[in-house]
Design a protein around this ligand. Structure first.
Ligand code: CP
Length: 323
């Protein structure tokens, strides 16, 4: 049995096959509308979410399956002190697959160890958000036609931004990728990402403070929100929150085919006057998130209709969290 804790759980070939499947789902949704008949996904969200939870639920419904779950810790027995380990043992009796979001790093991994059904990490603290990364890769590949040879700017909260950490880890495996990391001094990427992911893989990167300096070089600009919920004091958050605001004026510095992405939700970091710019792709990104989550559910449940696209060896590659 495979789980999804990090994008690194999948080989590049597996990711390619999953993105091919997502692309076929986009073109032929009817072909997949009953492949999960009789199956259930449990969405266990101990932290707020709009996109990820509803995207998983939409994905399962689109595949013909059903949905159970909770959307906050306070409406589950976690509020009575139940552990994640016990919760997933119980959920394993109810559902065929589970997606878990939790404020504590590693909580979905703990669940996977105690689970008898595939577990998907739907975001754990400031650590990883693998299905956002699958969404981001699918979006970039669909819009740019490739995932190699790109200069990618990541801007905003690079310290606590789990989507950024997951995306960098996934993209370093593609040739010709170069990063420009745009953040205030206090929100630079964690040392482990700089040392163990970027430097270890000899991936070229620069760290800059001014967005304007990076803009003209970028094929993709990935904006992120400064996350109030990750700050220890309100003063630091208020000082940082409007550090970057991408607006129509700054977009004049961007390449004509620069792709603007954001995992969302946004606050002020992208002005609404950018939304109608054809380079603004953050709402299309949400749609790709549904297709790739459909492909992921099919892959983890070993749904036969996924086989022609995923290949027979899908279950053999990548890191495994088998227990
Ligand atoms: N991108 C993302 O994780 O959004 P939600 O917090 O709304 O799920």
């Amino acid at each position: 049995m495979r789980h999804c804790m990090s994008p690194m759980d999948f080989t590049v070939e597996e990711l390619d096959r999953m993105m091919d499947l997502a692309s076929d789902i986009e073109k032929n949704p009817d072909r997949y509308s009953h492949v999960c008949d009789g199956k259930k996904i449990a969405t266990l969200f101990y932290e707020p979410s709009t996109r990820t939870r509803l995207s998983f639920e939409t994905a399962m419904l689109n595949l013909g399956g059903k949905v159970i779950g909770f959307s906050s810790a306070s409406s589950s027995s976690a509020s009575k002190g139940e552990s994640v380990a016990d919760t997933i043992r119980v959920i394993s009796c109810f559902a065929d697959i589970a997606a878990i979001r939790h404020p504590k790093e590693g909580a979905p991994y703990v669940a996977s160890v105690h689970s008898t059904i595939p577990v998907i990490n739907a975001g754990d603290g400031g650590h990883q958000h693998p299905t956002q990364t699958l969404t981001d890769l699918t979006t970039i590949r669909s819009i740019k036609g490739r995932l190699d040879g790109l200069t990618i700017g990541l801007c905003g909260d690079l310290k606590f931004g789990r989507t950024v950490h997951s995306l960098i880890s996934a993209l370093v495996r593609y040739p010709g990728i170069r990063f420009i990391l745009i953040s205030p001094e206090e929100l630079r990427i964690p040392d482990y990402v700089r040392e163990d992911v970027l430097k270890k893989n000899n991936v070229p990167f620069e760290e800059v403070i001014r967005l304007e300096d990076a803009m003209p070089q970028l094929d993709v600009l990935y904006m992120t929100r400064v996350q109030r919920e990750r700050f220890f004091n309100e003063e630091d958050y208020v000082r940082m929150k409007d550090f970057y605001i991408l607006d129509a004026e700054k977009m004049k510095l961007a390449k004509e085919d620069c792709t603007i992405l954001h995992p969302l939700p946004r606050v002020n970091e992208i002005s609404v006057d950018v939304d109608n710019d054809p380079r603004a792709c953050y709402f299309r990104q949400v749609q790709y998130g549904v297709y790739i989550r459909m492909a992921l559910i099919m892959a983890l449940l070993d749904i036969p209709e996924g086989k022609p696209f995923l290949g027979d060896d899908f279950q053999k590659g990548g890191m495994n969290h088998e227990v």
